[in-house]
Write a protein that binds this ligand. Structure first.
Ligand SMILES: Nc1ncnc2c1ncn2[C@@H]1O[C@H](COP(=O)(O)OP(=O)(O)OP(=O)(O)O)[C@@H](O)[C@H]1O
Length: 614
């Protein structure tokens, strides 16, 4: 399925209610306050039309009649009332602005939080799917402020409708035909606005993959992790060029549609002007025959008000339509099922394994691919022992780890832990009980204490335990040298950060795995960047460090592998041979071959150097 297929597109639904519920939950008092102030302020224009009509007519009477004192008093009273009403409206508008801003901030925070929470629930396979990233991109990019905007638009729609109804009553009481003319004229403009809202939404929807590409190019050029390689291979300008091409393409398409929208708005605006002109001419005609100046003033004001209010109303309705479309993107992401494996299992994970982990005829193919990565694999990791997995790149070693951690369910066969199918364990509990260091471990831009503490949140602030884990992994000597010891910020993204070498980062990650003190330890290429002396020291003590844990060790360096109690060789998803180091050497198969190849490499270097010295 492509990322933007019709199947993937959110259904056309009404999301207003859901958005309003979201908003209400954020802060009922703030939302009520905004609603109340808006409604009161919405009545002000109609009140002002009546008061102005009254004031102007009183002034006209005062000028033309004898009992001018009474008329003057009435005019002053009306003017005073207008001033009071306007002052109250100003105060209420300020209060509404304040409440609106607070509500908007809280809403944006709440949406971001929901997107984060949802992302945490999604299974790994969702993050290996372009469609998920497109959904996330759409949800993140446009939907953040939309629920709040829906609310303000709804308010503006309601308040415009209230103002319009009130002023229309006045206008209709004077002349029904003109009232109808003024009210119907903006309808074509509404249709055009809705048309363009849909186009804008569709443009953004279809370009979400390209938007992600733009973000990715930005990431490549603007982070230290990519600096060395992109600069050394002179890729910076290439990426900047690709970025420019993409944003320029967006701009050209946007310009085309914005131009069309502006032309339509201008043409339909002329229609409104013509309507207003006709209405005013009519008012002149009526006033000349009736001689009521006050009504003329009120009439002109009412026509102008009705027109501007209807324009606001049209704009609000069109925006409501647009927000609704964009909210579909947000809800489509939030509704994504967290269909990761293991939502059913309830069994707690054992604190220590009795028997071990067994793969029985396990087959696996990654979702969305047809390459069989594991083919009827039988594997046994005896409790309390260290088993090493070796094999060429792409053999399926890391995939075995992912299946044990239940990032995926195996397609065929079964994985048993202490004779219980892995699906029966509570997946959260299972993961809590696996200490792991991955090949592509994370370098957290955080303190050294946190970098290690993240391995076991319960022991995160326990300095003694963190220090011991760092000592076991050989990280303590250089961490102690840092300006604030374990409290030193690592990485260079934040203030006072200290950068570590690749091997030092790996030792920190290893400390993290050791802090977990889990019954199952998985070490996937744990020492690839670690110097030989530390590696020998760490692995010499692996038994002591891992305690009674059942350990799975994946490594390409045979010096590492030798320490294992049992070694399993896999190639292209099949187990080729297994046994202890001496057994496999005696067997003279793939293991012995690879071992000798590596040993010969070292020997060659030694001999080579010796001959050079001669
Ligand atoms: N997320 C994935 N989606 C699809 N295929 C994948 C995925 N991860 C790995 N593969 C494929 O599965 C096969 C086994 O990969 P795996 O990472 O298990 O190999 P490995 O033995 O750990 O290799 P290496 O020694 O290079 O780390 C490879 O052919 C790889 O292309």
């Amino acid at each position: 399925m492509t990322a933007n297929s019709a199947e993937d597109a959110p259904r056309q639904q009404n999301h207003w209610l859901r958005a309003l519920v979201l908003l209400w939950r954020v802060s009922p008092p703030q939302m009520s306050g905004v609603l109340a102030t808006t409604l009161v302020v919405a009545l002000v224009p109609a009140l002002n039309v009546s008061l102005t009509t009254h004031a102007v007519q009183s002034v006209a009477d005062a000028v033309s009649r004898r009992d001018s004192a009474q008329a003057l008093n009435q005019a002053l009273l009306a003017a005073g009332a207008i001033a009071v009403v306007t002052a109250i409206a100003q105060l209420l508008t300020a209060a509404r602005g304040y409440l609106e801003t607070l509500l908007r901030y809280r809403m944006a925070n709440s949406i971001q939080l929901r997107i984060m929470e949802k992302s945490v629930q999604l299974p790994l396979q969702d993050f290996e799917d372009a469609g998920t990233y497109d959904k996330l991109q759409r949800a993140n990019r446009e939907s953040m402020h939309r629920p709040y905007q829906i609310f303000t638009n709804l308010i503006s729609t309601v308040s415009s409708a209230v103002s319009l109804s009130a002023v229309s009553v006045v206008l209709i009481s004077w002349d029904v035909r003109i009232a109808l003319l003024v009210m119907v004229a903006p309808l074509p403009s509404l249709a055009a606005n809705i048309f363009f809202s849909r186009i804008i939404w569709k443009l953004e929807y279809d370009r979400s993959t390209d938007r992600r590409r733009v973000n990715y190019l930005q990431y490549l050029v603007t982070t230290d992790r990519n600096y060395k390689e992109t600069r050394l291979f002179s890729l910076g300008h290439l990426f900047v060029g690709q970025f420019r091409d993409l944003v320029e393409r967006f701009y050209l398409i946007d310009r085309k549609w914005e131009g069309r929208q502006a032309a339509a708005t201008a043409a339909l605006g002329m229609l409104s002007v013509a309507t207003a002109a006709v209405a005013i001419l009519f008012a002149v005609h009526v006033t000349v025959s009736s001689g009521t100046i006050g009504q003329f003033a009120g009439y002109v004001m009412a026509v102008t008000l009705v027109q501007t209010t209807i324009q606001t109303l049209v704009g609000s309705v069109a925006q409501l339509y647009e927000h609704n479309l964009f909210l579909g993107n947000l809800f489509s992401f939030l509704e994504k099922p967290a269909r990761g494996p293991g939502t059913d299992g309830k069994r707690p994970f054992p604190k220590t394994l009795r028997k071990g982990i067994e793969f029985r005829e396990v087959s696996f193919t990654y979702p969305g691919t047809d390459n069989v990565v594991l083919d009827r694999v039988n594997l046994f990791l005896p409790a309390g022992q260290c088993v090493a997995l070796v094999g060429p790149n792409g053999a399926g070693k890391t995939t075995i780890v992912k299946l044990i951690a239940r990032f995926y369910d195996c397609g065929g066969g079964s994985i048993l832990i202490d004779d219980v199918p892995v699906e029966q364990y509570d997946v959260e509990d299972l993961r809590k009980n696996i200490g792991v260091i991955f090949q592509d471990f994370i370098q957290y831009e955080a303190s050294a204490l946190d970098n290690i503490g993240f391995g076991n949140l319960a022991a995160r602030d326990d300095r003694a335990k963190v220090t011991e884990a760092a000592r076991q992994a050989g990280a303590l000597p250089f961490l102690e040298q840092l300006p604030k010891g374990l409290d030193t910020q690592l990485g260079r993204w934040f203030e006072e950060g200290r950068q570590l070498s690749g091997g030092q980062w790996q030792k920190v990650a290893l400390s993290r795995a050791f802090l977990r003190d889990a019954p199952v330890m998985v070490l996937d290429e744990p020492t690839a960047s670690i110097d030989a002396a530390t590696e020998a020291e760490v692995f010499g003590r692996l038994k002591e460090i891992a305690g009674r844990a059942t350990t799975l060790l994946i490594a390409h360096r045979f010096s590492t592998v030798r320490v294992a109690d049992h070694i399993v060789v896999i190639d292209r998803g099949k187990v080729l041979e297994e046994g202890s180091h001496p057994e496999l050497m005696a067997r003279n198969g793939m293991y012995a071959n690879l071992f000798q190849l590596q040993a010969a490499g070292y020997q060659y270097d030694v001999d080579d150097c010796a001959s050079l010295q001669d």
